[in-house]
Design a protein around this ligand. Structure first.
Ligand SMILES: *[C@@H]1O[C@H](CO)[C@@H](O)[C@H](O)[C@H]1NC(C)=O
Ligand SMILES: *[C@@H]1O[C@H](CO)[C@@H](O)[C@H](O)[C@H]1NC(C)=O
Length: 394
């Protein structure tokens, strides 16, 4: 699933809406919170909508799709939901009864009528005084419903729950998208971008836009807020930019082995970042012309036979990942990330493919596996520390 910056949120009568926003009250020790994430693997059959019928270049290629889900409890008494962590969007939503259209999800669908703390937002200039929202993601997943305030409880690994009373959530009555095709579908999405409705923005004063995550392919992945999110020790940092409330970085170049491929720099003015860092996209996306240069460099470095059936994707008939070159991502300010081969090459039967899809500019979660990635909105830096994420915190 690509949950990226090209999200459309329609806020109706936003001014009225914010007049009714109550202050988020939190109860937790100062300091930090760490939560375990659920790592979900499913199939991802890639196709481009424009040419799916006539031998799409991607149609027959099934990739693994990785998503990282956070357990949240909503309401009183609390009901558990599992929502996809998405740094590429803002609102927190879950499927809600009554459903106009809901997809099948693993956990029971949230029933607001059973929660004593659920409160519909009031928008006085709407005919029915509700505050509707509609959110559409880049992969065509959507949720439509009404805004409400509700208590959210996050269970921390320390055992002390973090309670956020009066949190604005989307109660989704009409939801659809790629999540429904997964064997165990998520109940919604937790937005973590720079917008005022994201989880991180609503956490309140003690947690000022400071979070980190460590995504593992196998063991337990972690998400940290506040003091626990500090990336200490041997790390590199690069400036992040706020564009449409997403987190953008400047990627100067990529080295494929010893070949430095210049330069991505075209998507936006370079002072505003040129690639979005996104926890909700599995793969990395690069703009077409640059993507082709990177593929050429891989082609020059790899001697194995190309897998012809894979079309536009760069795949090889091999089961040996060691034949591939090391990728180094050069983010501005000297933040050079020498990636593991696992970050950039994915197995698909006896074929290995480059985990880069042409079009768009997204640094996805596969490439971030086994890096502790810290976001600090006050210093406007993203830090990276090479880490065995499955071994973190015992
Ligand atoms: C993924 O696809 C393969 C074949 O393409 C199938 O055997 C497998 O069961 C699928 N796995 C999931 C989790 O859907
Ligand atoms: C749900 O939303 C979709 C997309 O906007 C729309 O086409 C559909 O008619 C809606 N379904 C219901 C039951 O309202």
């Amino acid at each position: 699933m690509s949950l990226v910056a090209t999200i459309i949120v329609l806020f109706f009568h936003i001014i009225t809406f914010f007049l009714f926003t109550t202050t988020t009250a939190s109860s937790s020790p100062l300091g930090g919170i760490t939560v375990d994430l659920i790592h979900r693997r499913s199939n991802f059959s890639f196709s481009r909508p424009s040419n799916t019928d006539d031998g799409s270049p991607y149609a027959n290629t099934v990739f693994d799709k990785f998503e990282y889900l956070m357990k949240l409890q909503i309401g009183t008494p609390p009901v558990e939901i599992e929502a996809i962590l998405d740094t590429g969007s803002d609102i927190i939503w879950t499927q809600c009864l009554p459903c106009l259209h809901c997809y099948d999800q693993t956990a029971p669908i949230f029933d607001p009528s059973k929660s004593s703390t659920y409160k519909e937002k009031q928008c006085v200039d709407q005919p029915d005084h509700t505050c509707p929202y509609e959110v559409v993601y880049a992969d065509e997943t959507y949720s439509k419903g009404t805004f409400a305030t509700e208590t959210i409880t996050i269970q921390s690994t320390s055992g002390k729950p973090f309670v956020m009373a009066g949190t604005t959530i989307g109660c989704g009555h009409n939801n659809s998208g790629t999540m429904q095709s997964m064997p165990q579908a998520a109940s919604g999405i937790v937005g973590l971008d720079w917008g005022s409705l994201s989880l991180i923005s609503q956490m309140g004063g003690n947690y000022p836009g400071l979070f980190s995550y460590c995504f593992s392919s196998k063991g337990t992945s972690k998400f940290n807020f506040g003091a626990n999110a500090v990336v200490a020790g041997d790390s590199v940092a690069t400036t992040m930019f706020r564009r449409d409330d997403s987190y953008y970085l400047n990627l100067d170049a990529i080295s494929v082995g010893n070949t430095r491929v210049e330069t991505l720099g075209t998507t936006f003015h370079s002072s505003e970042g040129n690639i979005v860092i996104d926890s909700g996209s599995t793969y990395t996306y690069l703009p077409d012309s640059y993507c082709n240069k990177v593929k050429d460099a891989v082609g020059n470095a790899v001697k194995a036979e190309r897998a012809t059936s894979s079309g536009e994707l760069l795949c090889y008939n091999t089961n040996d990942i060691n034949i591939f070159p090391v990728f180094t991502m050069h983010f501005s300010g000297g933040a050079d990330l020498a990636l593991d081969k696992y970050n950039m090459f994915v197995e698909n039967g006896n074929v290995y493919c480059l985990a880069i899809i042409c079009g768009d500019a997204i640094f996805g979660n596969r490439a971030q596996n086994n890096w502790l990635v810290g976001y600090d909105t006050s210093s406007q830096l993203v830090s990276f520390k090479s880490t065995d994420c499955s071994a973190l915190y015992g």
